[in-house]
Design a protein around this ligand. Structure first.
Ligand SMILES: *Cc1c(COP(=O)(O)O)cnc(C)c1O
Length: 451
């Protein structure tokens, strides 16, 4: 029988690990956990191997830290990659508010207590052509607040089966409804809902009619849904509030972008007679994570009086970034100042010019990348039927998996995708200011053994 190697002491391991750019308690904790596993295992590896394994585990731990990445996926609003990046001035306003006292709830004209987001709400109302607007944490929070408010006395919410959607990981409209205490009354079928379906479902327990914009999937073929104006008329006759969850909340005409469908705006939806709309601040609006509710003033005022609103309200940093983003729209500067709008406008020619410049700066590649075609998507549960012609850097590799892994571990990490046996980086979603960082990250992989 071979004797089992002794488990090394924590102190000796920490010395051998040397400096690592993570807080010491995290490193010690990781070492202790690692040793606890070794104590239970059959055999103990050599000291050098333990150190190697710990280095790899520390590298992985450091990569889990929230940090900037380069998005080469071609998905403009990638929920896993933080959705919309903020513009320079939105980020600056956030920084300024973060580092100083501010008038969050102080009314400077009177010197008395003021109201949070007063100015922003006015800007949002103008942008949405609504009587009033308010802001909460995200669109899911907006829905919860609306549902809780309207289903206090009567519980039933009418919604078409075709709109019971799942948006991204774990966000399901039916679950939100139930979590809010509302009772779901589904009408129609997945592909067909008629006005009669709605009409027949309305009863004494009906509190609200909810429409959900199907922003993350497209349905075609034998599809029938009720026209907005018919539903507005029905809600009016039955004296029921009609709420629409727009999800992505485009306030610009998205059909101006080639190959992109029209996305209903809050203004046109409200003009059509819907009482309240809600949408995300960090999707097509291009702001920070937030949820915006806009519509009839009496409903917005009642929602703001809900005690639960307190639990959903936004922090001053979010309000600062959103305020600057919304002002960009109001002064007509959004196309230049809101990054996702700039990305959507980039033409294949502009992207090709950037690709050529990047390739020209790569040195010592046996097989340099070539320029290829790409299809960018809005993603993030937005405009499913739309894909924009784009430009990619295409890498032909022995192991695309290994290359992708090394780029993810780069400084900064770079995320791409695989298609047709190639590894691709879509330049539409790489922010132009990141081109030099992308070159450096690619160069680092090349000099560490090449792609
Ligand atoms: C994205 C989306 C949501 C969720 O928005 P969050 O801001 O992420 O909470 C809700 N409804 C629809 C229709 C969406 O597209």
């Amino acid at each position: 029988m071979t004797t089992r190697r002794a488990i090394p002491a924590v102190g000796r391991i920490l010395d051998a690990l040397g400096h690592f750019p993570l807080p010491r308690p995290l490193i010690t904790n990781l070492v202790r956990q690692h040793l606890a596993v070794l104590r239970k295992s059959e055999s103990v590896p050599s000291f050098d191997e333990i150190i190697r394994n710990l280095h790899a585990a520390l590298d992985d731990l450091a990569l889990t830290k929230l940090q900037p990445v380069i998005n080469g996926t071609g998905i403009v609003l990638h929920t896993n990659l933080g959705r919309a990046p903020l513009g320079v001035s939105a980020a600056e306003s956030l920084g300024a508010i973060a580092q100083q006292y501010n008038n969050l709830e102080f009314d400077l004209p009177s010197g008395e207590r003021g109201y949070r987001a007063q100015y922003l709400e006015q800007c949002l109302a103008l942008l949405c052509e609504a009587e009033a607007a308010m802001v909460v944490n995200n669109c899911a929070a907006a829905l919860v607040l609306i549902l809780r408010h309207f289903t206090r006395r009567k519980r039933q919410v009418i919604i078409s089966r075709g709109e019971l959607v799942q948006i991204g990981g774990g966000f399901r409209i039916p679950d939100i409804l139930e979590a809010s205490g509302a009772q779901l009354r589904e009408v129609g079928t997945t592909n067909r809902t008629t006005l009669a379906d709605y009409r027949e479902a309305i009863g004494p327990e009906t509190a609200l009619i909810l429409r959900v914009h199907r922003s993350n999937f497209a349905m075609s073929g034998f599809v029938e849904s009720v026209k907005a104006e018919e539903l507005v008329e029905l809600a009016r006759k039955k004296r029921l509030p009609l709420v629409e969850d727009l999800g992505s909340g485009a306030v610009v005409a998205t059909e101006q972008w080639p190959q992109v469908d029209h996305e209903p705006t809050p203004a046109e939806t409200l003009r059509g007679g819907v009482h309240l709309v809600c949408f995300s601040g960090d999707k097509l609006l291009g702001g920070p994570q937030s949820g915006i509710i806009a519509g009839q003033a009496r409903h917005v005022a009642a929602l703001k009086r809900e005690p639960f609103f307190r639990a959903l309200r936004c922090d001053k940093l979010i309000l600062a970034a959103l305020q600057t983003t919304v002002e960009h729209y109001l002064v007509g500067e959004a196309e230049a100042a809101v990054p996702i709008l700039t990305q959507m406008r980039a033409t294949p020619n502009e992207l090709t010019a950037r690709a050529e410049k990047i390739i020209a700066q790569l040195r010592g590649w046996a097989v340099p990348p070539v320029i290829g075609p790409g299809r960018s998507q809005l993603g993030g549960g937005t405009l499913p039927g739309s894909a924009l012609e784009s430009v990619t850097l295409d890498f032909v590799l022995k192991s695309a998996d290994d290359f992708a892994r090394r780029l993810r571990r780069g400084k900064p990490p770079v995320i791409g995708y695989r298609a047709g046996g190639k590894f691709k980086l879509d330049l539409r979603t790489v922010l132009p200011a990141q081109d030099d960082f992308l070159i450096a990250a690619l160069q680092a992989v090349a000099s560490a053994g090449g792609p």
